[in-house]
Design a protein around this ligand. Structure first.
Ligand code: ADP
Length: 334
């Protein structure tokens, strides 16, 4: 990839330089042609007297021709120097310009490369777990029904994880525009609660709805997806038997969905990174919990940006977190 950008930079430099040199040479030819005809015109047509001596036409013409030839030679020398300087300075400037033009593309390609690397790493981990479990079981000649069932269950869990990963990777890669209409955001919030309820019940966690009417110019499905991701995390990172509160409300020109939990919380340092792809905060705090792939919040952030909203977090380590989705309640005046 690096060498590809190097050769592309050099090619672009070549093109820029070619254009600069063509212009420079064209100007040089024009300057030379104009100056030459100027020198021709200055040649006198008739003889005249210098210091009392009549100078014949032909002598004078010879002197003038000599002078014109000298002037032309020095013009050619000056134009050559000018073109050499243009070549050197133009070369350096073209290279700098080519690098500058290609940098954003190079950065995007780097980011994509990193993303693919991270994604394949995430895919390898559950596959490796499944493979080793299958190998161990196959090597055991006395494997019983119960062990086979345990294997199937463990593998099914990994397959579910992989399915979620594939779904989220697909969501990340879809760059489609979201249609926006004015909606009541209580609805997608309620849908998300309904979707996440079985998971909450598994951990004996109760979800308290504090939903008040709030309108937003947004996409219902997308808001529901973000709310579901926030609730999913709140459940994942909260202890058994705790309570999660989901609120909807309006303030000023914005409407809000807030998800608050009394879970493990997030350190200030981690708060700066949790919206990055594949970022997971310190595993030791969430031991025994089901781990995600560090994609949920980056998807939520990407969707929020598309909606023209803001996603923020307030959290205290060991106490809990509040995630807030802010959405414009009416079209922006711009
Ligand atoms: P994951 O799939 O790992 O949950 P996310 O992108 O959704 O990925 O979240 C990134 C990280 O942010 C998580 O690994 C977790 O450490 C932290 N996090 C997210 N939500 C919460 C929360 N409600 N409470 C505590 N930590 C959280």
């Amino acid at each position: 990839m690096q060498s590809l950008f190097k050769s592309a930079s050099l090619k672009l430099t070549g093109w820029y330089l070619l254009i600069i040199m063509l212009i420079s040479l064209l100007f040089s030819v024009v300057i030379y042609a104009v100056s030459s005809s100027e020198l021709e015109r200055r040649l006198p047509r008739e003889g005249f007297v210098i210091r009392g001596v009549f100078v014949d036409d032909s002598v004078l013409e010879a002197i003038q021709r000599q002078r014109a030839a000298d002037a032309r030679r020095s013009l050619i020398a000056n134009l050559t120097i000018l073109n050499v300087v243009t070549l050197a300075a133009g070369g350096a400037a073209s290279y700098a310009l080519a690098r500058r033009t290609l940098r954003p593309i190079e950065e995007a390609a780097d980011a994509q490369g990193r993303f693919i690397g991270d994604a394949s790493h995430e895919l390898r981990t559950p596959l490796a777990v499944m493979k080793s479990e299958l190998e161990v079981t196959l090597r055991n000649p006395n494997v019983n029904k119960q062990e086979l069932k345990a294997l199937a269950m463990s593998n099914l869990e990994e397959v579910n994880n992989l399915e979620q990963l594939a779904e989220r990777l697909l969501q990340l890669s879809l760059g489609s525009k979201l249609e926006k209409t004015v909606i009541e955001i209580m609805q997608p919030a309620l849908d998300a609660v309904g979707k996440m309820m079985p998971r909450a019940e598994e951990k004996n966690i109760s979800i308290e709805n504090q939903l008040t009417s709030a309108q937003a110019l947004t996409n219902e499905q997308a808001v529901g997806d973000v709310a579901a991701i926030l609730l999913d995390n709140a459940i994942k990172y909260s202890p058994e038997g705790s309570t999660i509160i989901i609120k909807t409300f309006t303030e000023g020109r914005s409407s809000y969905i807030e998800v608050a939990d009394n879970g493990v919380g997030i350190s200030t340092e981690d708060q700066a990174h949790i919206f990055d792809r594949f970022y997971r905060a310190d595993d030791s705090r969430t031991k025994g919990e089901s781990h995600g792939y560090g994609l949920g919040l980056s998807i939520a952030k990407q969707v929020t940006n598309k909606l023209g909203g803001e996603l923020s977090v307030k959290s205290t380590l060991g106490k809990g977190s509040i995630f807030t989705l802010k959405l414009p309640s009416s079209p922006s005046p711009h």
